[in-house]
Each structure stands twice: as structure tokens, then as C-alpha cells.
Write a protein that binds this ligand. Structure first.
Ligand SMILES: C[S@@+](CC[C@H](N)C(=O)[O-])C[C@H]1O[C@@H](n2cnc3c(N)ncnc32)[C@H](O)[C@@H]1O
Length: 140
């Protein structure tokens, strides 16, 4: 709230607005801090972002069901906006998903600009797969 007067202003200034163009957003800025947005796209797709800026537990969650063959571009945009010291990511897909190819791709990505992968796990469930990956910025 020191920087933005309301949710819409925070959405634009932060760069969240540019993550997925054309999305319809409902956003909210909590007093004294905290931010929440829910965005919808045609076809029933959504994005939701919650920001907890308190220094002792600062945290951002980003969740979406937008299907993509590769999530690399989206990941890079989200990292550019929030610049986290570390992040973890889970991708759910099965062989019928547009996102199925992204599971194999994520297996190969062991670094991203400024980030190194520390952990990568692949789980096979009854009707879907789950990929878990954890990255952090090396301390130089
Ligand atoms: C955006 S909410 C959601 C957190 C949730 N765990 C998540 O990431 O999905 C958390 C942030 O909003 C702030 N906040 C302020 N007023 C709140 C309220 N009435 N309800 C929830 N969060 C509030 C909290 O202090 C915190 O910074």
C-alpha cells in the first residue's frame, strides 16, 4: 500500500498484468499489506496469484490451469515479476494433456537464467503424473 493505492494499480505496476494478456482480473490489495488476484480466460481457464509480503514469511503463490506444451515462457515471465530467491513448481498432466510434453521438457531443464535446480521429482499416480521441481538463485 506504500506504492499502490488499490488492487488494479498493483496489478499494473507489478507487471502481473502482462503475464497473460487479455485475462479478466479481479484483484484486491489488503490493508496494510497483501495482494490477491483471480483471473479468468475464455474456456474456463484461470490464473490465481496471492502475495504475502511480510518479511518473516514472504511468499507468492501462482496457480493456473492454462494448458501449454511448454511452460518455460510463462515461468520466465513470473520470475521476472517476482524475482524470488527460490521457487518450487508442480505440474500435473497425463498422456491426454496438452501439457504432457512439458513433463519431459522439465526433466531436462536443470537451470534457468539466474536459477539452478536443486530437486526434481516425478510421481506417477493412477490417472496423472506430477512433476515437482525446486530452483534457487545461487548466493554469489
Ligand atoms: C494474499 S493473502 C493469501 C495467502 C494464501 N496463503 C496464499 O498464498 O494463497 C495473504 C496476505 O494478505 C494479507 N491480508 C491482510 N488482510 C487479510 C485478510 N483479511 N485475509 C487474508 N489475508 C489478508 C496477509 O497479511 C498476507 O500478507
Amino acid at each position: 500500500m506504500k506504492v499502490s493505492q488499490d488492487g488494479q494499480d498493483a496489478t499494473k505496476r507489478s507487471g502481473i498484468w502482462d503475464i497473460i494478456p487479455g485475462i479478466k482480473i479481479d484483484d484486491f490489495l489488503f490493508d496494510p499489506c497483501g495482494y490477491s488476484m483471480n483471473g479468468i480466460l475464455p474456456g474456463g481457464y484461470y490464473i490465481t496469484i496471492h502475495v504475502t509480503p511480510e518479511p518473516h514469511c514472504s511468499y507468492v503463490s501462482f496457480e493456473s490451469n492454462v494448458p501449454q506444451a511448454s511452460y518455460e515462457g510463462l515461468i520466465l515471465k513470473v520470475l521476472e515479476v517476482f524475482n524470488p530467491g527460490k521457487f518450487l513448481m508442480t505440474v500435473f498432466a497425463n498422456s491426454a494433456s496438452i501439457a504432457h510434453g512439458s513433463l519431459k521438457q522439465l526433466e531436462k531443464i536443470d537451470c534457468l537464467p539466474r536459477y539452478r535446480r536443486n530437486d526434481h521429482q516425478f510421481c506417477s499416480f493412477k490417472n496423472y503424473y506430477l512433476t515437482y521441481t525446486q530452483f534457487s538463485r545461487p548466493i554469489i
